[in-house]
Ligand binder design. Structure first.
Ligand code: FES
Length: 195
C-alpha cells in the first residue's frame, strides 16, 4: 500500500479550511441566533399570586385621575429608604396582584427593569411599540429603552419580549375615600432583591 504524500495532505488541509472556517462561523452564528430566540420567547417567568412585604403607606393617585382604562400615573415609592420609580394603571380587566374597586381595575408596578435596572416607560402607541419593541398588541404596555424589553400590564407585568426574564414586581394597592394607596411591595423585589 502506498504511503500518503505529506505534500498532498498539506494541500488538502489548506483547501478544506476554505469551507470549514466559514461553515463553522455560519453554524456558530445560527446556533447563537437560535439560543437567543429561545431565551427571548420561551424562558419568561410567569406571574402568580404575589407574596407581599409591608411597606410605607403612600397616596399614589385618586380614582378621578385614573377615570378610564389605560389612564396611568407615575409615582415614587420608598424602597429601603430610597425613592423607587413606579407606575399605577387603570386596566380594562382584573389582573392578579391588582386591585378592583367597583367596576374599576388597577395595577401598580415597579418601573425598574428586571434585566439590568433601567427605568421602563409607558408605551401608549401600540403601532410604534411594535416597531420599536417588536411586541405586537392592541393596547399600551411598558417598554425598556435600554435593550427593548417589553412588559404586559394585562398579565400582571409579565416580561413578554426582549432580554428580561422576570416580571416587574407589583406594589400592593388599597383604596380609601377615592384615593389609591401603595402599602407594600412584592417579594422578591427583582432586580434589587435576588430570587
Ligand atoms: S435593562 Fe431593560 S431590557 Fe435590558
Amino acid at each position: 500500500m502506498d504511503k500518503p504524500n505529506p505534500q498532498n495532505l498539506r494541500r488538502i488541509n489548506r483547501r478544506d479550511l476554505l469551507w470549514i472556517v466559514p461553515s463553522a462561523i455560519t453554524t456558530g452564528f445560527f446556533g447563537w441566533l437560535a439560543w437567543r430566540t429561545y431565551l427571548i420567547h420561551f424562558t419568561k417567568a410567569g406571574v402568580s399570586e404575589p407574596v407581599w412585604r409591608e411597606g410605607p403607606r403612600r397616596a399614589v393617585a385618586t380614582l378621578d385621575e385614573l377615570a378610564a382604562p389605560w389612564h396611568f400615573k407615575y409615582f415614587d415609592y420608598e424602597y429601603s429608604g430610597s425613592p423607587l420609580k413606579a407606575v399605577v394603571f387603570r386596566l380594562p380587566q382584573p389582573v392578579v396582584g391588582g386591585l378592583t374597586v367597583g367596576e374599576a381595575h388597577f395595577l401598580a408596578l415597579s418601573r425598574i427593569c428586571t434585566h439590568q435596572g433601567c427605568v421602563v416607560n409607558y408605551v401608549d402607541n401600540p403601532e410604534l411599540g411594535s416597531i420599536a419593541y417588536n411586541y405586537r398588541t392592541d393596547h399600551p404596555f411598558l417598554g425598556c429603552p435600554c435593550h427593548f424589553g417589553a412588559y404586559e400590564p394585562l398579565q400582571g407585568g409579565k416580561a413578554v419580549y426582549g432580554p428580561p426574564r422576570f416580571p416587574l414586581p407589583r406594589l400592593r394597592l388599597e383604596e380609601e375615600n377615592g384615593v389609591l394607596y401603595a402599602t407594600g411591595y412584592e417579594t422578591p423585589f427583582r432586580p434589587l432583591e435576588p430570587g
